[in-house]
Design a protein around this ligand. Sequence first.
Ligand SMILES: CC(C)(COP(=O)(O)OP(=O)(O)OC[C@H]1O[C@@H](n2cnc3c(N)ncnc32)[C@H](O)[C@@H]1OP(=O)(O)O)[C@@H](O)C(=O)NCCC(=O)NCCS
Length: 200
Amino acid sequence: MRYCDTLARMIHYCQEDYANASPALWFEIDDLLNRVWPPAEPPRTLTLTPVHRLDLRPHSFFARVDGRLLAYAAILHKTARHASADWRIAGLSCVCSDPAHRRLGLGAGVVSKATRWLLASDVDLGLFTCDPALVPFYVRRGWQPARDLVVVGNGTLGAIRGDAAGKVTLLRLISPRAHAHAADFCRGEFNLALPDRQFW
Ligand SMILES: CC(C)(COP(=O)(O)OP(=O)(O)OC[C@H]1O[C@@H](n2cnc3c(N)ncnc32)[C@H](O)[C@@H]1OP(=O)(O)O)[C@@H](O)C(=O)NCCC(=O)NCCS
């Protein structure tokens, strides 16, 4: 049996409402994110600080191998106004896999699980940004690039902008209402209406 087949049998995919997850899971997620995106200065003491804004109703998807949490993705939710209508939107955030366990299908696994869960939810559309090199990775998991739609953190002058950060917008229309208004999501700006200096 090939290593990949053996590994596939050992992967356990799980999901949990982040806000109600155990402190142990919060630490595990924090630990993985710190390995993937090492902080400039390591924290002096371990504190139980949420890695997601809880008002965005984060839902966590993760992969364990031999009990170790090795890949992660979160779905964040909010309502945003766009083209004179309110939309229930959700975005992928903190998608990552353990640096020592890349290219083994773990990242694809959590993104597929999260995307499937999103498609069965009551959200109107999914929307987030990624580096251009990762567009094919997300397209193969059901997302479409919307290259002329720019995601902005909010409407202020200094807001974080996807285009300024060199990111590509990925979109997935979900509800019949979103499909009926598909033309509204082809170009222009989509304002997430987040507080200053925030993005997803
Ligand atoms: C991006 C990331 C999650 C991929 O995780 P992974 O476990 O290595 O991915 P997988 O093994 O499941 O690979 C899935 C596919 O993506 C491709 N892929 C993986 N990493 C890639 C990369 N950095 N660039 C381009 N393609 C990549 C693989 O070739 C594979 O192709 P396939 O769809 O034909 O099978 C991981 O590299 C990572 O954590 N990167 C740092 C954090 C990051 O950039 N996150 C994305 C935020 S939007």
